[in-house]
Design a protein around this ligand. Structure first.
Ligand SMILES: Nc1nc2c(ncn2[C@@H]2O[C@H](COP(=O)(O)OP(=O)(O)OP(=O)(O)O)[C@@H](O)[C@H]2O)c(=O)[nH]1
Ligand SMILES: [Mg+2]
Length: 306
């Protein structure tokens, strides 16, 4: 499957709903009147594109009609263009995974419970491994016994080594051992799977700060990436999660998972526009290669293909 096909398949629910409703609006009347534009606005808000991006699209559609007497079919093209612009402005061309040249890159994977951190850490290891780089996984969710097992199973399946401690062990000490192991093996990437935590729990956020301090003491600059994993099906609550995590542990990027399971995939646009943090990867399914590097153009096309 080509990359665009993958995006399209993964975003089918959002695309299906948007395309169906926009078609209904534009085929009903030959010219878009105020009522149609209001309906268009409601459809975009319904897909969680957020107020700012929605206004931008609706205004662009209105302008095009007023100044060029545009054709109804232009709505899709205008939406694609505006969404791509929003996404590119938000990411500031910074959506690639950081790489320390010739050395180890430490990537900490954080987020609230159940967003897809462990799965995503494994998928990321798989991705860099497919680029002929050496990846290692650190099982730093020592809070649940099953979490360590889950990561080990992924490691066995993808042939990636997992550094783990005992259940209940100090997560920071596992992280410490994992960096040492990664350096000894001359690994290119260490992906640190952390325990799920609520962004409102101060002590749990402090624990995460400690984990990052330990990483930084052992290797200057680490963690090089702090990626917050957001579940697309939680909608706009993800915005609060991102703001609070960013206050406690400055984030370098976002990963939005489970986009295949929602018709509100527009939240990616709202989040990037409002937070100014780049979305670096998106999760489009449960298989290892369902994690895709984010691409603004492809995303906009998959959402608003006619
Ligand atoms: N459909 C779909 N499911 C996903 C995606 N990413 C993760 N999942 C599923 O979401 C569920 C939770 O994933 P985990 O990786 O265990 O989440 P977690 O954040 O590590 O959870 P905790 O460690 O409990 O906080 C699993 O069933 C995953 O298979 C995705 O992109 N699409
Ligand atoms: Mg987990």
């Amino acid at each position: 499957m080509g990359l665009f096909q993958k995006f399209k398949a993964g975003l089918q629910k959002t695309h299906g709903k948007l395309a169906h409703e926009i078609k209904r609006i534009v085929t009903r009347s030959p010219r878009l009147d105020a009522a149609s534009l209001e309906e268009l606005e409601a459809v975009l808000i319904g897909a969680d594109l957020g107020m700012a991006a929605t206004s931008q699209i609706v205004n662009a559609v209105r302008n095009s009609y007023e100044t060029q007497g545009g054709d109804n079919r232009d709505v899709f093209a205008i939406a694609r263009h505006e969404v791509e612009t929003c996404l590119q402005a938000g990411s500031a061309g910074n959506s690639a995974l950081h790489e320390v040249p010739g050395g180890l890159t430490v990537v900490s994977i954080v987020g609230v419970n159940g967003t897809g951190k462990t799965t995503t850490a494994a998928k990321l290891a798989h991705l860099v491994q497919s680029q002929r780089k050496i990846a290692l996984l650190a099982a730093c969710d020592t809070f649940r016994a099953a979490a360590i097992e889950q990561l080990k199973l992924w490691g066995a399946r993808l042939k990636v080594d997992v550094v783990a401690g005992a259940y209940g062990a100090d997560a920071a000490s596992v992280a410490h051992d994992a960096v040492a192991a990664a350096q000894a093996r001359k690994a290119n990437y260490l992906f640190v799977d952390t325990a799920g935590r609520l962004h409102t729990k101060h002590n749990l956020m402090q624990e995460l700060q400690k984990l990052h301090r330990v990483l930084g003491r052992q290797m200057s600059g680490a963690p090089h990436e702090v990626l917050l994993v957001l579940d697309a099906t939680t909608g706009m609550n993800a915005l609060n999660q991102a703001r609070e995590f960013n206050k406690a542990v400055p984030l370098t990027g976002l990963i939005v998972t489970k986009l295949d399971g929602t018709s509100k995939g527009g939240m990616v646009v709202a989040i990037q526009k409002e937070l100014g943090l780049p979305v670096k990867f998106i999760g489009l399914g449960e298989q290892p290669d369902d994690l895709q590097p984010f691409d603004a153009k492809r995303f906009a096309e998959a959402l608003f293909e006619e």
